[in-house]
Design a protein around this ligand. Structure first.
Ligand SMILES: [Zn+2]
Length: 388
């Protein structure tokens, strides 16, 4: 199924040269700029910059306008990225649902759609071909809401290699599943598959924390803890430890046990499944994370205790991650983060971890940003533009 005639552009037309990509990326991330400024920032000669500007304008990726007349000197030409030059679909797969958005080149969401995924088979595996069909149908539906569709980004929980193969799809029961190829065959579009937290890190690199910090960490809190990071402007694609060294960092060895048996590790306090398991066991009835939030609002001390403990664990994770990465910037995301982040227990832990010693004068504050996720779409844009 080829989605539209416009999407049948050749790969060479879709991809940009390294120079074109550098200019486009700069315009997308930092906004409009003059040829002179771009040349200075990107270390390009006047001649190269003029050639790249012409190519981008000709290709519809950028437009150039005279800046309003200034008091001094001649008005200058300002180069601006054209948001509608490319559109991509970003799709996040959970255990049972595909959530899709279609975005322009700035990552602005133009339309959304979702669909149920097929039921898992007897072996616990969500059928791959049927899932590709669901995602292709969503892309097809969203393609009608934009002038043309240029690519698809898919984000899944778990380990993904080569930007196409789901080595361990945590929620889908997938092992070594190539998901990019069947989707590419169905849609005729370039497809990139990434881990959902890596996708978010790559999105933040262009459109979030990466604008002000070349190195930052990302923690997602919800059904499982996720970690992503950008070092010196490069998103790390694959974690060496699947996040275990951070998730299972000890906090209090008198604390509750995590699923794999540590007493009082960060996951034991912060993983939604673990919190629910401990709170339910203590209450003698099933207690969900949502129940705890509601009970806390009603002034329940026990619920407040569980959530404060989770918030303190998050504070420890933020402090440990920032210290190991030597960055002042940590980004927080995920379904459960709003209930825990920027709370007094979290902030107190971080302040205490940063407290200088008796003879020390150096002080540090952390820049902790909470963000919604739209990672899959932005990775799709980066892929379509040919960004590494
Ligand atoms: Zn643990």
């Amino acid at each position: 199924m080829v989605l539209s005639s416009a999407s049948a552009r050749s790969a060479t037309e879709r991809g940009l040269s390294a120079g074109e990509l550098a200019v486009t990326r700069h315009l997308l991330v930092h906004g409009p700029a003059t040829r002179g400024d771009l040349g200075d920032r990107l270390n390009l000669s006047y001649a190269s910059m003029s050639r790249l500007a012409r190519a981008l304008i000709h290709g519809g990726m950028a437009s150039e306008d005279l800046e309003p007349a200034s008091a001094v000197g001649r008005p200058r030409q300002i180069l601006t990225a054209v948001p509608s030059a490319r559109h991509v679909v970003g799709c996040k797969l959970t255990a049972d649902t595909a959530y899709a958005v279609v975005c322009d080149m700035f990552g602005d969401v133009k339309s959304t759609a979702k669909a149920a995924l097929p039921e898992p088979a007897a072996d616990g595996m969500v059928p791959v071909t049927a899932t590709a069909k669901v995602v292709a149908q969503l892309a097809n539906k969203l393609a009608r809401r934009v002038p043309s569709l240029d690519g698809i980004g898919v984000a899944v929980g778990g380990v993904v290699i080569d930007r196409s193969i789901v080595r361990e799809g945590t929620f889908l029961g997938w092992r070594d599943v190539d998901f990019a190829t069947p989707l590419q065959e169905r849609t005729g579009l370039p497809v990139i598959v990434t881990n959902d937290v890596t996708a978010l890190a790559r999105e933040q690199l262009w459109f979030g924390a990466g604008r002000t910090h070349s190195t930052f960490g990302l923690i997602t809190v919800g059904a499982g803890l996720g970690f992503g990071l950008v070092r010196e402007g490069v998103a790390v694609e694959h974690l060496i430890d699947n996040g275990h060294l951070l998730a299972h960092a000890p906090i209090d060895n008198r604390g509750p046990r995590c699923r794999i048996g540590h007493a009082g590790c960060a996951a034991a306090y912060l993983n939604r499944d673990d919190i629910e398991r401990h709170a339910s066991a203590a209450a003698g009835r099933p207690v969900s994370f949502g129940d705890l939030i509601q009970a806390r609002s009603a002034g329940d001390d026990v619920a407040t205790g569980w959530l404060d403990a989770a918030a303190r664990a998050l504070g420890h994770l933020v402090a440990t991650f920032a210290g190991a990465l030597q960055t002042t910037c940590i980004v927080l995301a995920g379904e459960d983060v709003a209930a825990l982040a920027d709370s007094a227990p979290m902030n107190d832990v971080i302040a205490d971890r940063l407290r200088p010693g008796l003879d020390e004068t150096q002080r540090c504050t952390l820049d902790i940003i909470t963000t919604p996720a739209r990672g899959a779409a932005v990775v799709g844009i980066q892929n379509v533009l040919g960004a590494a």
